[in-house]
Design a protein around this ligand. Structure first.
Ligand code: AOF
Ligand code: ZN
Length: 356
């Protein structure tokens, strides 16, 4: 199952709205087939692993990180493929929450005389499929908030110097994490000031995550990196109902996809943004700031995971804070996260936290 989980992780960020599932087929103590959900979400993991195994699948055990599907969707049911191949036993990590499956996959396998075991590495699989499950349960994608800052939580000097606070290894890890999300998201201020490309680099030719910008009035330069490359890598803009018609048309003409969202106070509602992105199929969103968008998401309780990169440099009170105001008075009202991982990232420290 550990191997199946690592196979599934290879497809993360490229299978939405489908989960990235891993499958390993074992016969007489040897791995005879492996597969993970293909980019775009199909074919599913199981038929690929079965194709590799060929005749060796007869009497074998299939390890899958998610309950095999039993519905006729855009591909035939994986349960049919497992039954036809003569698999003797299926070990699954977690049940599929898709109402078309949700236990029916296990039942189909058992009805065909296949032994089924559930719950191996369940916590790891639930974490890997968390975005897929959250979108089913709450109609929104999983949100990871990334922050790279000085020891004292600053992201730039008073004059705006920020290149580079963290080192090359931390930046390489950020690109790896972008690649495992369906989309990278920033607020308009960051898009204007940094003029980022928000693409994944240094990892060869990989599928690129969608680039999302949240901007009430779409005040983004038409000569920005995002604008110039909108036909190569998708740019989605979540804007307010009061964005000017000409501006919307200009971005539409550049190839961007536009999502009108309701306001909450003077800003685009964070919940409305995530609902729109979930409806469009996204399961995992990587937010890279800026401070206003990040604070809005945090205050609304819409951040599921934090990834921090902390550098051994101090910028003081005149440095720019990493987060905007959150309207907090009491510590007990502050959003809390529990530590999930720490590691050295070159000269910096990477720390990952999950919502409690
Ligand atoms: C599996 N193996 O590798 C994946 C599964 O539209 P379809 O036909 O592709 O079905 C999508 C559903 O299949 C998705 O909502 C989820 O329940 C399941 N994903 N199932 O057996 C896989 N990716
Ligand atoms: Zn399937």
């Amino acid at each position: 199952m550990a191997h199946a989980l690592s196979l599934g992780r290879r497809g993360m960020g490229r299978t939405w709205p489908n989960p990235s599932v891993g499958c390993v087929i074992v016969k007489d103590g040897r791995v005879v087939g492996r597969g993970h959900t293909a980019p775009g979400g199909r074919p599913h993991a199981e038929p690929q692993a079965l194709a590799q195994a060929g005749d060796a699948a007869r009497g074998a055990t299939a390890y899958v990180t998610l309950e095999p599907c039993s519905h006729h969707g855009q591909t035939p049911p994986c349960t049919d493929a497992l039954i036809a191949a003569g698999v003797a036993r299926v070990v699954a990590a977690v049940e599929d929450s898709d109402p078309r499956v949700s236990g029916a996959g296990f039942k189909a396998l058992r009805d065909a005389g296949i032994a089924v075991d559930l719950g191996v590495c369940a916590a790891e699989a639930a974490q890997d499929h968390a975005g897929f499950f959250l979108r089913q349960a709450e109609d929104r994608p999983w949100v990871t908030l990334k922050l790279a800052s000085s020891f004292d939580g600053r992201i730039a000097t008073a004059t705006g110097e920020s290149r580079w606070i963290t080192g090359p290894e931390a930046r390489r890890l950020v690109h790896g994490q972008r690649a495992r999300h369906d989309a990278v998201m920033v607020g308009a201020g960051t898009a204007r000031i940094d003029d980022p490309s928000l693409t994944v680099r240094d990892f060869g030719a990989v599928a690129q995550p969608v680039r999302v910008v949240v901007s009430r009035l779409i005040d983004l330069p038409l000569m920005s990196q995002l604008a110039r490359t909108a036909r190569e890598v998708p740019v989605w803009i979540c804007h307010g109902p009061d964005a000017a018609q000409e501006t919307r048309q200009a971005w539409d003409g550049l190839g961007a996809r536009l999502f009108p969202c309701a306001l909450s106070g003077r800003q685009v509602s964070a919940r409305a943004v995530l609902q729109a992105l979930g409806a469009a199929g996204l399961t995992r969103v990587f937010c890279e700031g800026g401070g206003t968008l990040a604070a809005t998401l945090l205050s609304a309780g819409l951040v599921d995971e934090l990834v921090g990169f902390t550098a051994g440099v101090a910028l003081g009170a005149e440095g720019q804070p990493s987060l905007g105001a959150m309207g907090l008075d009491r510590l007990r009202d502050a959003p809390r996260f529990r530590l999930a991982e720490t590691r050295a990232a070159g000269a910096d420290v990477m720390h990952r936290w999950l919502r409690v």
